[in-house]
Write a new protein. Structure first.
Length: 224
């Protein structure tokens, strides 16, 4: 009875004791794993530090303050005063003017100008113009006009007097009728003068000039 009573019912231990024992066991396991694990962490030992005394550097020399530049007083350019000339011309005169109320009986004679003597008039000298050398007919040109067919059928002679303007190139520039037996004779002469007649032009001082000439053309049946 006593044995049963000792091994039978026992009161439970507090729960806090069981938790503490569990922590102790787990801590012992972890500590064993740490001490048994290889040393992977390199231990760095602290180095010794050498020290030495540092000399104090001398202070920098003081910086002189900038010197003030002397102030130059700037003067604005001034123009000299403009003075107008005196409008009154001053003259030194010691003449004393005297006035009188008496009118003279006769006025003095006016002063006559000096006689310059005889005046000779000089005419400007004009050089005479060189003479005009008239135009002449060029004998190589065909002068006689063609006989008009109407006058040739009538077997009639005729004559024409014309005035022609000879240019500087020796050709006829214009024809004017002075007289003509018929208009057929004048037309034939006019055509011949403008197309065939040639002249040596007139000259004055070696320069060609245009001139008028008077010529007469005769038409005869016996010359055909």
């Amino acid at each position: 009875m006593s044995t049963y009573a000792e091994t039978g019912y026992q009161p439970r231990k507090p729960r806090a004791v069981s938790l503490g024992a569990a922590f102790l066991i787990n801590g012992a396991i972890i500590a064993g794993m740490i001490y048994s694990a290889p040393d992977f962490v390199k231990t760095v030992l602290p180095r010794s530090m050498d020290t030495y005394n540092v000399r104090d550097l001398p202070p920098p020399p003081p910086i002189d303050p900038p010197k003030e530049q002397p102030k130059v007083e700037q003067k604005s350019p001034t123009q000299p005063p403009i003075t107008a000339p005196d409008p009154i011309l001053k003259t030194d005169s010691n003449l004393d003017l005297k006035t009188t109320d008496k009118i003279p009986d006769a006025l003095p004679d006016p002063v006559k100008p000096l006689d310059p003597g005889p005046v000779t008039r000089v005419e400007p000298r004009v050089e005479p113009a060189p003479p005009l050398i008239g135009a002449t007919r060029d004998g190589r040109a065909e002068f006689q006009p063609e006989y008009p067919a109407s006058e040739l059928r009538l077997q009639r002679d005729g004559s024409v007097s014309v005035k022609v303007l000879v240019g500087t190139n020796g050709r006829v520039k214009a024809v004017e009728q002075l007289s003509a037996t018929s208009s057929a004779f004048f037309d034939a002469t006019r055509r011949q003068a403008l197309s065939k007649w040639r002249f040596k032009p007139a000259t004055r001082g070696g320069v060609a000039q245009e001139t008028w000439m008077t010529l007469t053309v005769t038409f005869r049946i016996q010359d055909q």
